[in-house]
Design a binder for this molecule. Sequence first.
Ligand SMILES: [Zn+2]
Length: 124
Amino acid sequence: MTATTMTPAQLTRFEARLRAERTDAEERLAEFDDAMSEVRTARSDATADDEHDPEGPTMTQEWSQRTAVLADVRAELTEIEHALARIADGTYGICARCGKRITVARLDARPTATLCIDCARLAR
Ligand SMILES: [Zn+2]
């Protein structure tokens, strides 16, 4: 395993930023959970005389948009968790594909990046 050559100060800075982003994502998830229960309540009122399952394929556009955003936030949270795990095991900033260092500039732009810029281009 290639050790990260990032300075401890840089690593600490990324860790702090990832932790802040995790808190932010968790807050957004909590807000969405509230919003989702409101939609659910509104839908069960609206479909009270209806045979349709409120969570079935007749899903409203609003509902499906919210679900999509929720999935995005969950995916983001997972990426943040993985990045924090990589900081803990010393592999943060190492490309998962070629094993080279991911530049600090790239990590600044995307702290959860797992691929260096070259591999990210190839993967696309
Ligand atoms: Zn790479």
